[in-house]
Design a protein around this ligand. Structure first.
Ligand SMILES: C[S@@+](CC[C@H](N)C(=O)[O-])C[C@H]1O[C@@H](n2cnc3c(N)ncnc32)[C@H](O)[C@@H]1O
Length: 324
């Protein structure tokens, strides 16, 4: 484990470099992936499980899918930086810090390089994972990784229903259980359950996930070098507004005037993530923030568009969008 921990330290320091050097980021991401996948194949004879698990509030992705999230290197970097900054701020207060990480996957990707960096502080971690094959791997990894130097509890549980004991109320909640457009996975339901159980001044990571309807100017087919550009955004949903559990979210009405349309406009669903303070994940910086094209909006129809959107938790979490 010593060489494993040394490798993790290098990866951590690389993610902490303020300058985004894409070849360095890529190298750190590849070595992080190799470290974990090699550890896995040295301890388990079967392949990582590829089956997703359906849960009440959305899909829990498979062990293979969750492990592979590391490959989204900019995302991983931004979370690791954001979590480190949040810990640094909390450590200026007295007393133990409670951290709940909901949806760890098999390797707790977003905290694994952080544990040893904060080993001298009184931090209690609770790692929650719903998918049994991922939990089995996580347990084995932690048995080997944590030789009693860290306070880590593991829970095989649904984080959208988990009850946290009062004396373990979190100072920091971490969850990345999402896809672009907050589709399919249970991020929203997990935040809705955990935020009301956190301390008043707790940090939620990501601090905000914003969904917007966006007007995209599409390049003409003949000019393939031209990039698509979002030229207008209409925010429709933000997780920062969560304070208590509600079963249904209110509808948002968006009006698009004919004068706002360019030739070749298209309507898209945009996702932007504020991980923590200035650690952002903006459009196309990660698989989580790719624009999802909804429809072409031809301007020659000489019409205004009226759109109603509403986030739905069940049966399948997603933003429902209706043209009126
Ligand atoms: C997108 S993966 C992220 C893995 C890792 N945290 C990362 O960011 O690289 C989401 C993980 O959350 C788990 N998960 C999904 N729904 C959950 C729930 N309701 N409670 C606990 N874990 C959940 C999935 O099984 C999966 O391992």
């Amino acid at each position: 484990m010593n060489s494993f921990k040394e490798a993790l330290r290098k990866i951590y320091l690389s993610y902490l470099n303020d300058n985004v050097d894409h070849s360095e980021l890529n190298a750190a991401t590849q070595s992080y992936k190799k470290l974990l996948f090699d550890w896995y194949s040295n301890h388990f004879s079967n392949e990582l499980d590829p089956e997703n698990l359906a849960s009440e509030y959305g899909t829990a992705i498979s062990s293979l899918g969750a492990a592979s999230c590391i490959e989204d290197g900019y995302r991983t970097r931004q979370f690791i930086r954001g979590i480190s900054k949040a810990l640094d701020q909390k450590l200026t207060y007295k007393g133990p810090i409670h951290v709940v990480y909901a949806g760890t996957g098999p390797f707790a990707n977003l905290l694994l390089p952080i544990f040893q960096e904060y080993a001298q502080f009184d931090i209690h971690y609770t790692l929650v994972e719903i998918n049994p094959p991922s939990f089995t791997i996580l347990k084995r990894l932690m048995e080997e990784f944590n030789q009693s130097e860290f306070e880590i509890k593991l829970k095989l549980a649904d984080a959208s229903k988990l009850k946290i004991p009062f004396d373990e109320r979190p100072d920091i909640i971490i969850s990345e259980t999402m896809q672009a457009g907050l589709r399919a996975e249970p991020q929203v339901a997990i935040l809705q359950n955990l935020i009301p159980q956190a301390k008043n001044n707790a940090f939620i990571i990501p601090q905000n996930i914003k969904l917007s309807l966006g007007l995209i100017a599409q390049p003409k087919a003949s000019n393939l070098t031209q990039q698509e550009v979002v030229y207008r955004e209409y925010p429709v949903f933000e997780t920062i507004n969560f304070s208590s559990t509600v079963d249904s979210f209110s509808s948002v009405h968006t009006q698009i005037q004919e004068k706002d349309l360019l030739i070749n406009s298209c309507l898209a669903l945009l996702t932007e993530i504020r991980v923590f303070e200035d650690e952002l994940i903006q459009m196309n910086q990660s698989g989580l923030t790719v624009p999802l094209k909804l429809m072409d909006l031809p301007d020659e129809q000489a019409t205004n568009y009226s759109i109603i959107s509403r986030y739905q938790l069940k049966p399948k979490p997603e933003l429902i969008i209706k043209m009126m």
